[in-house]
Design a protein around this ligand. Structure first.
Ligand SMILES: Cc1ncc(COP(=O)(O)O)c(C=O)c1O
Length: 442
């Protein structure tokens, strides 16, 4: 329902637009320009920093953590399977750090930073994903950007979903050829874009890359992977899926959204991050052997940057083992997810089209109302969740985003739904109007 777009959230282009509107062109000092336009979120930094933005969650990573010295029920961490603080994970991390330190390996994989453990992790991911080969990424975001840059050249055409994550948008910015966007999950429109792309690629002798997310991280709905794969019967393209939120959470074995939809073989290139279900940092891409080999030798973010440190690789091996062998973690995640989503719907809340653990709650209100509501939730109900407002969602919409995890309890869910019912009543009664600050923040 709410158009989430990383392209809306673009301080740089906003600045450029402003300067184009100027009558008389004149030189500006870069710092002066920045001082005048802090960006769509940066403009709130003075009031928001430390509370709404850059909050500090302290203590053990779990369902309850400390915020400003007081315990809160936390719904904003992508610790889906609860692995962040799993005792076996903590031990593996600590043992690896003690044995290797954080420096090893030094350098990029290609030059001096390869190891048996890196290769073992790639092999285990390939077998888990049912793909021929895998390349590790030292960060998910930059890996996605760089992989798009690596896969296509100026003759190729990219077709992508309008709600694609910022890392996909940034990858597109590096693309020298054409790109066509289709409205979020609109398969009829995707067909039109594929017709346009095919006409163009015929002229340039290029190929077509379709990019979508598996689970869309803001709205929680799934990309229509099965329908997109079906389109391969009519069009010649390769499908690249960013499944940051689907890896570990979706599918019978946790191998992601395509496994859930029964179309894994139709996904040509699969991206997963370690930053969510795996509660780590880094990521990976799985695909055909020759494509991965091409990436190993051509993907700039991996050739020209230091490899993942050894403790992260050994920590990832441990997490992957638990993800594969402890189905109860995913079962618990889904038990909490269902209780939360069913409970919210039963209580009359609008949660959009989510069919994943990501749980958005859409309310109507202004930005001041949203901030008062969040303060009320945090200070009076001790609930910490993330808030998303314009320009990420349309004006007048407040989106509260809840991330259930395997370490939440049914009591947490019941308490939260009760609190949400209260804030909904308060919001409708005008209690969060700009002039009525719920709690003053010191
Ligand atoms: C859909 C999607 N892709 C990619 C990323 C980037 O992953 P990482 O945090 O590993 O850099 C994110 C992280 O928020 C994401 O939500």
């Amino acid at each position: 329902m709410c158009g989430y777009s990383a392209e809306n959230f673009d301080a740089k282009n906003n600045r450029n637009n402003c300067s184009h509107q100027k009558q008389k062109a004149e030189m500006t000092d870069i710092f002066e320009k920045i001082r005048k336009n802090r960006g769509p979120l940066g403009m709130h930094a003075k009031d928001a920093h430390g509370y709404f933005t850059f909050p500090k969650l302290e203590g053990e990573i779990s369902n309850k953590m400390f915020f400003r010295g007081k315990e809160k029920l936390v719904w904003s961490l992508n610790n889906y399977l609860g692995l962040a603080n799993h005792p076996e994970v903590r031990k593996a991390d600590a043992d690896a750090a003690a044995q290797f330190g954080l420096a090893l390996p030094m350098g990029a994989r290609m030059m001096s930073g390869n190891s048996n453990q890196h290769e073992q992790l790639e092999a285990e991911l390939s077998s888990f994903m049912g793909k021929q080969d895998t390349i590790l990424l030292n960060y998910g975001y930059q890996g996605m950007v760089s992989s798009i840059d690596c896969l296509v050249d100026r003759h190729d055409v990219i077709v992508y979903d309008s709600e694609a994550h910022a890392c996909i948008i940034d990858g597109l910015r590096l693309h020298m050829g054409k790109r066509f966007v289709y409205p979020h999950n609109d398969i009829d429109n995707l067909v039109k874009q594929l017709e346009r792309a095919t006409r163009l690629a015929d002229q340039t002798n290029g190929g077509i890359l379709v990019i979508t997310e598996g689970v869309f991280g803001m709205s929680g709905d799934q990309g229509k992977l099965k329908e997109i794969v079906e389109l391969k019967k009519r069009f010649n393209f390769r499908l690249y899926v960013d499944d940051a939120h689907g890896f570990g959470t979706m599918g019978k074995t946790g191998a992601g959204t395509a496994e859930h939809q029964g179309c894994q073989d139709g996904v040509d290139i699969y991206f997963g991050t370690f930053a969510k279900s795996m509660a780590l940092i880094g990521g990976f891409i799985s695909s055909e052997e020759q494509v991965i080999e091409y990436m190993r030798y051509n993907m700039r973010s991996q050739i020209f940057a230091k490899a993942l440190p050894m403790p992260l690789v050994i920590g990832a091996l441990k997490r992957l083992e638990l993800l594969r062998t402890r189905p109860e973690l995913k079962d618990n995640l889904w038990k909490i997810t269902r209780a939360l989503q069913d409970g919210l719907k039963k209580a009359g809340f609008e949660i959009g089209k989510t069919d994943s653990p990501v749980t958005p709650v859409y309310l109507n209100g202004t930005i001041p109302e949203a901030t008062n509501l969040i303060v009320d939730l945090r200070e009076n109900y001790d609930i910490f969740c993330s808030m998303v407002v314009y320009p990420v969602v349309p004006k007048g919409v407040i989106m509260l985003r809840l991330i259930p995890t395997a370490v939440h309890t049914i009591e947490d869910v019941e308490y939260t739904i009760k609190a949400f019912k209260d804030i909904q009543v308060n919001l409708k009664a005008g209690k969060y109007n700009a002039d009525k600050i719920v709690t003053s923040l010191s």
